[in-house]
Structure formats: C-alpha cells, structure tokens
Design a protein. Structure first.
Length: 115
C-alpha cells in the first residue's frame, strides 16, 4: 500500500471513531436521563470515560488524537466521580491546570525542526 493510499484509510478510521464517540455520548446521556435516581455526577463521569476511551483507542491504532480531548475526559471523569462521592471537585481549575501542563510539556519534549 502506498503512502497516498494510507491517508484515506486513516481518515476513515478517524471518522468512524469520532462517530462511535458521538454515538456513545448520546447513548450514555439518554440512558442516564432514564434513570430517575442516577447519582449526581454519573453523566459527567460517563462522558469522561468515553472521551478517554476514544483517545486511547486512537493512539492504539496510531491515529491522530487530541490532547485536549484526553484532558477534558480526565477532568470530566474525576469531577463526576467526586460528585458521585459527595465531594466538590473544582473541575474548571483542574482543567486549566492540566491544559497548562500539557502545553508546557509539549514544548519541553518537542524536537526542533530541521531548517
């Protein structure tokens, strides 16, 4: 398979994983809405699991994945678990800290471009 033939295949895998992620998001949202006594934070934790799972799947398949999506998923999961446990987790603060660390870390490990 040539390099030019690989790009459409990779793009199709990306599109399929994105569609599966959206499908799971709607599925989890609908199921949790149907559960009258669902614990507070369960929706957020479920969405976090989906975002982290899709990101890890993309990396495992060597498809481009977003650090932003991973961070959003981790924060959602941790914040949702905290709410389910009755704790007030500062999700926005955690999100901002992780975004800052990701931006700094990406520059630290980035190799200089040959020029």
């Amino acid at each position: 398979m040539t390099t030019t033939a690989v790009k459409p295949v990779v793009r199709e895998i990306e599109d399929r994983l994105d569609s599966v992620g959206w499908g799971l998001l709607f599925l989890v949202s609908g199921v949790i809405m149907l559960i009258p006594d669902a614990p507070r934070g369960s929706w957020l934790a479920g969405i976090g699991v989906i975002l982290v799972g899709i990101t890890i799947t993309k990396w495992a398949l060597r498809v481009e994945a977003s650090w932003f999506t991973l961070i959003l998923g981790i924060v959602g999961f941790v914040t949702g678990l905290g709410e389910m446990a009755g704790q007030d987790v500062p999700g926005l603060s955690l999100f901002l800290i992780l975004c800052g660390l990701a931006l700094i870390g990406a520059q630290v490990v980035r190799r200089p471009e040959a020029g």
